[in-house]
Design a protein around this ligand. Sequence first.
Ligand SMILES: Nc1ncnc2c1ncn2[C@@H]1O[C@@H]2COP(=O)(O)O[C@H]2[C@H]1O
Length: 385
Amino acid sequence: MSSTGFTSPFGNANPFGSSGRSESGPMHRLVEEDENDTITSPTTPHFGVKNNTAPSFWNGFGGDAPSDMPVRRQPDDFPAHYNLGRRTSVSAESLKPVTDNSDNWSPPVHPKTAEQLERLKKAISGNFLFNHLEDDQSAQVLGALVEKPVPAKGIKVITQGDAGDYFYVVEKGRFEVYVNSTGALQPGPDGMGQKVGEIAEGGSFGELALMYNAPRAATVVSAEPQCTLWALDRVTFRRILMESTFSRRRMYESFLEEVPILKTLTPYERSKIADALESQKYPAGHEIILEGDPGHSFFLLEAGEAAAFKRGNDSPVKNYKKGDFFGELALLNDAPRAASVISQTEVKVARLGKNAFQRLLGPIESILRRTRYVEAEEVDPLQVS
Ligand SMILES: Nc1ncnc2c1ncn2[C@@H]1O[C@@H]2COP(=O)(O)O[C@H]2[C@H]1O
């Protein structure tokens, strides 16, 4: 029990760490296997699988390093026993697809009340990482998630440099993300480093260390007094959620890097956009956006050509090629669609819903607003870009 009065309802299985270790805790369900997916830092622009010749990656980091890694002392500025005694060494789990049941793995089942289940379903409903699950996978994940109340502001749920143990979904409250350029939390008042982002209700964090077997890339701290998280253990995350998250991020990674409007975002911010995108193909002549309609989506053109038209004018007011965007005005201004956008060839578009647009493209709102649009009557067909 904590000397601060905060008692983990989950005993030693508390994913924020505890002073003891239980053999029955979820961490001990890990399958011991060879580490064969050494990685680069997940927050560098070209993260991905590398050969096993980069020992410097582990230097100065905690995380899933070989077992001789140092265990960092906890700083004094958070409730006692939070994050203490974290697992500091694990081997990689199997990356076999979930459908392969030959190793008899089954996810942990944490019983829930009807009220908890309802809150949990609502919390994950807006999270894109859960959108692509089959029904049985969804049921397994719902069973494996554990409720974690975070009773105070300023609690470090994740410490940069630590080993990754849980993935978190935010049901209630807000969390701040800090990165120290040394790669790990440092002592002292500025030890968390620079604030790089916030995670709101419905958002999630803690996937990077689990996906890449890397140390925690950031420190994540509660920003409000009464927050609620749902935690998913590492193995269930890797077995059920990781494959689709990986493949979506990979699929969009190089495309998003080449989209001019997204150039100022960090690789991590682009990966969150990748999680939220839905691709769609249309034949030539398809009305992707209809002038006057309410706006629900923002679009990036992945392939082909499209053009914008104003009613009563046969010439386009704007032409689009690969990497261009459209559909931002109605969302930025809460106004009806200002023009129709029609595919000129077969196209592939990546669609971002309104909520994701507001949440993920907030940092570049001023850049999005810079686009100049001509009115139909000013259009010189030879000048339209
Ligand atoms: N800019 C960022 N850089 C790194 N991690 C971030 C950033 N913003 C949010 N995060 C989250 O913070 C988490 C810290 O733990 P992980 O490295 O497992 O996963 C990280 C991400 O989920």
